[in-house]
Design a protein around this ligand. Structure first.
Ligand code: CP
Ligand code: NVA
Length: 322
């Protein structure tokens, strides 16, 4: 059972009882569960567009803990829980006891006794793992240094809406071996597609973070142009992720040749899409021509955070509903 009531036979509890399920990295769900969540995202998106009310999480509370900045993640979770009939509480480390050294384990015990589901954006993956171990309710990763599963879920949903199943396709990742890159690789392993990775020397993938069953799902390329050849989707992200700001000037030099520009898009498939989780820096990791061009689907991608996270929260709390 994932709710705040200790009683196993609470008559007011209309939720199916089940073990607490967390979403800490993409590999926490199976291909079958993703298939359900993707179709449920479409169902919820259609309902949202038709202004139809759907309140499966009536009276439920989402705690959102932010140790790093955010626009999309905060907004999509806050609007999302509201649209499902629940309520969000925003907490950050600047004005809670979390920023004054209260142990993560203690915070998890307390926060999870007052709420029904928790989203955390933090630094090391170990922090969210420790939190989840001590939480009585589902914990969702809203970005860590290592992974950003909600974003890749939105990206895959976007791809599916526009091009059908991602199975067997090629996704090219150009740039930093960061939280998005590692999450794409996990997704490729589970959903059976291929990632072409290209980043400069010194910024290659760290094998211990890849965490997949088969390394066949990823191939590294020295030349970013070769990585883009034949791709169904080209995607990138900032060269300096949050928490790594002191390396910014070094990174600007190292990544210079890894900007996604029209030359790189030209060798991808004719109908290839361009995605970026945002915020973007035009003229650094992507040219304005590409991100503002016809192959770019970044606004649909950003909106889809809302729909997939609603499906995810509903699934973690209610299980499959159809
Ligand atoms: N893409 C993404 O997670 O954006 P925010 O940092 O604005 O939440
Ligand atoms: N890789 C980026 C993603 C921001 C949404 C970061 O971690 O800062």
């Amino acid at each position: 059972m994932t709710m705040h009531n200790d009683s196993k036979s609470n008559p007011q509890n209309n939720f199916p009882k089940k073990e607490v399920k967390h979403y800490l990295q993409f590999s926490d769900l199976t291909a079958d569960e993703y298939s359900y969540i993707l179709s449920r995202s479409k169902w919820l998106k259609d309902k949202f567009k038709a202004y139809e009310t759907w309140h499966p999480l009536h009276d439920r509370t989402l705690a959102m803990i932010f140790e790093k900045n955010s626009t999309r993640t905060r907004l999509s979770f806050e609007a999302g829980i509201h649209q499902l009939g629940g309520h969000a509480v925003y907490l950050n480390t600047r004005d809670t006891q979390l920023g004054r050294g209260e142990p993560v384990e203690d915070a998890a015990q307390v926060i999870s006794r007052m709420t029904d589901i928790i989203m955390i954006r933090t630094f090391g993956q170990d922090i969210i793992e420790r939190f989840a171990k001590n939480s009585r309710v589902p914990v969702i990763n809203g970005l860590t240094n290592e992974y950003h599963p909600c974003q890749v879920l939105a990206d895959i949903f976007t791809f599916t809406e526009l091009r059908g199943s991602i199975k067997g396709k090629t996704v090219t990742w150009i740039g930093d071996a960061n939280n998005m890159a590692y999450t794409w690789i996990q997704a490729a392993d589970i959903l059976d597609f291929k990632v072409h990775f290209s980043g400069p020397k010194g910024y290659q993938l760290e094998p211990s973070l890849i965490n997949v069953k088969s390394s066949q799902c990823v191939e590294s390329f020295e030349d970013p142009l070769e990585a883009c050849r034949g791709a169904d989707l080209v995607t990138t992200d900032v060269w300096t992720s949050m928490g790594f700001e002191s390396e910014n000037s070094e990174r600007l030099k190292a990544f210079k040749l890894w900007m996604v520009d029209s030359n790189k898009m030209a060798v991808a498939k004719k109908d290839a899409l361009f995605m970026h989780c945002l915020p973007a820096h035009r003229g650094e990791e992507v040219s304005a021509e590409v991100i503002d061009g016809e192959q770019s689907v970044v606004w649909q991608e950003a909106e889809n955070r809302l729909h997939v996270q609603k499906a995810l929260m509903e699934y973690l709390l209610c299980g499959k509903l159809n």
